[in-house]
Ligand binder design. Sequence first.
Ligand code: ADP
Ligand code: MG
Length: 832
Amino acid sequence: MSTAIDKLRRILVLEREQGCRDRAVIGGLERFLQFWQKEAREQADQMTGEITIDEILGQLDGYADLPIDQRRARIEELVVQLSRVRPIAEQSSEVGAASIAPPQPQPAPKADRPSPAADVQAEPTPTEAKPAAAPKAPTKPRRPRSSAALVDLNAPVTVLKGIGASGERRLAPLGITTVRDLIYHFPRRYDDYAQMSHIDQLQLGQMATIGGLVVRTKTTYTRNKVPVFSVVLRDGTGQIEATWFNQPYLGQQIRQGAALVISGRVDQYLGRLLFRSPEWELARQELLNTGRLVPVYRLTEGVSQRWLRRMIKRTLDELAPRVVDPVPAEILHSAGLISLGQAIEEAHFPDSQDMLQRARQRLAFDEFLLLQLGVLGRRARVNALTGRALEIPQQRLADFAQSLPYTLTNAQQRAIAAITADLARPTPMARLLQGDVGSGKTVVAVAALLVAAYNGLQAALLAPTSILAEQHLHTITRLLAPYPEINVQLLVGSMPEAEKQRVRDDIAAGRVQVVIGTHALLQESVSFRQLGLVIVDEQHRFGVEQRGALLTRSAVSPHLLVMSATPIPRTLALTLYGDLDLSVLDELPPGRQEIVTAVRSELSRENIYSFMRSQVAAGRQGLIICPLVQESDGSDAPAAVAEAKRLQEEIFPHLRIGLLHGQLSPEEKERAMAAFAAGEIDILVSTSVVEVGIDVPNATFILIEGADRFGLAQLHQFRGRVGRGPYRSYCILMAQEASETAMQRLAALEATNDGFALAEKDLELRGPGDFFGVRQSGMPQLRVANLGDAATLEAARSAAQRLFAQDPFLERAEHALLAESVVRFWSSANLS
Ligand code: ADP
Ligand code: MG
């Protein structure tokens, strides 16, 4: 049965997908709610949940007037709350979505807590007619629920015993605000204290765990009056001393006669072995800090390992057995995975290395699964849209190919064939054209433009910066020269207002067939007479949301081609960009020069500078990329500014040095790039902002400082800034004392210019986390999953497809939790 609540939830999810533009229903959300509330009130007595219809209406009140981020926040909250509303009949088997019943009664709520849904609270049992001790909190009356009390994973951490307002404040910098955040705060690593040693076997320098009886304690003071607490510990084989510096309170906690376990490195003093400030634990407790695989967490000011371990352990003891698993049992079974609760527990306090692996595998599986489900859902929505089937002028395309000064590569021909086949269908195209720098994507895009124009439709090409837009204008005007009836215009923010207005008028009147501009083109009030095709260059600057917004903007959706120079192995592309069809230009036009790449150290610095001088003397230009600096405010400017100054004054006094960094205004950045492109700058000193930059055929050298600190993809992108003209080009990678993996990355760059080969290498070398700009692409962050883990990726992909085949929009009751997880997982993508 599709209830009013379900209906609203689906609309809200869609609205969120579309960027919260109030476009999900015709006439807007508020108007829809007027009709909706009638239906909802009729069903009200058959439903139970934590929110009333009036509260729902209240949350969406004035929606149209809210800024986008507030709209999103309200929707996200509501979607979660709505998914917890259930028909009364189901209530007894339902323990609240992602919520968990703790065994003990919880303290009464604090009266000042605003969100009732996020509370822990003693609920009346179903047999009690009235809430006995009605909480004073400003909550609306609620239906009784089946269990005595519920802890919501979305509840603030303060509902946990031992975490008050100050704990909440201290945890916030770790990104921990809810109970869920806390139990998903996984260790950075583990110390293996699982093996206990005998005292008489201890060796200097060894990491060891021992257990014994405290036979003596004492506190002494250093010359500076710092207390040193020490104990002597004895097991059956011998005794040893342990000392702790400046922790006077230990005297209260570790008493003579106690059974103590300590872990740490075996040190020595005057030839005697001892432990200095080891991890310790009284043996009567379950061991958290010693004697096992001990979690080591990312910390922040005021949060200690011991405290965090204790909080997490206590929370898990209560909640883990009750975590409701969103993944259907059948899928877990066939993929051989452990339950979610067990996985979370083992990920924090693993019973063994083996269990730790299984926990990781399960958690990684979840991330891949949610990723896939989101992507498949998006794809299904695109497929449900109406597009225009275009007529394909084969002869015209053949003539166009003939008019080019070169022959199209096979890869280009394949891409054009795939694109024209898409354009001929009544479903809007949603295709990703992937090709390394210089693989010739532009000409493929132009073929698509030709088809659109032939069908009397307008096309828009969007570039990440106006300088790239101008570059495209230049190239495309030239390629389309044989077709004078196709009017190509530029529309970028820096144009004079009158000029922009003229172009906008021409677009609205249909006098412009192709408009080239920046993404601002989408936001500004540009109305097309008949927009049939949108091409987006450099997709990772273009979020998934924007993509969706574009397609759903009008009743008939335009065809969409996204172009990316970020090479990604095919299996991965299918997962990450599964909402797009994929064409790959895996072959460079013939006759390309390889860029000479070399890893160098400080010793060669003077030689490198004189090499640069000789290149400039020969009329060439180049770039110097400044090292990443871990500035606390995240700014890269100071290093670049100082370096540019040093180079200009001390190294290249006679050359023209330019400067580009992230703190410049967009206009200043454009100006620096334009000056470089125009040859007015010999050497451009830049931070990584130049990454997706301009095509300057005269640039022949790039020096990357601190190259070991950049990722492979980024280095490859930097390198792509040179070697774009007829001149032999050079990429010099400076690295000091790099780690072994960093050196392997640099060696890979030296060995090949092939972006796809590098992408494979990157997967191999890298652990979990970011990969090739995935993060910028609007994908959710992976915390556990490793994109190189092909087996788990594949298992999740096939599970997602199976699920999707049964229940594409996850509407069945048994998939409600999963649907909610997908929304939550994807919402993390938009926080960055
Ligand atoms: P990218 O994929 O990086 O956008 P471009 O479209 O800018 O690459 O093409 C890079 C260069 O290669 C351009 O100068 C273009 O004219 C040239 N080019 C494109 N296709 C071919 C081809 N098939 N043969 C030779 N040169 C080509
Ligand atoms: Mg390009």
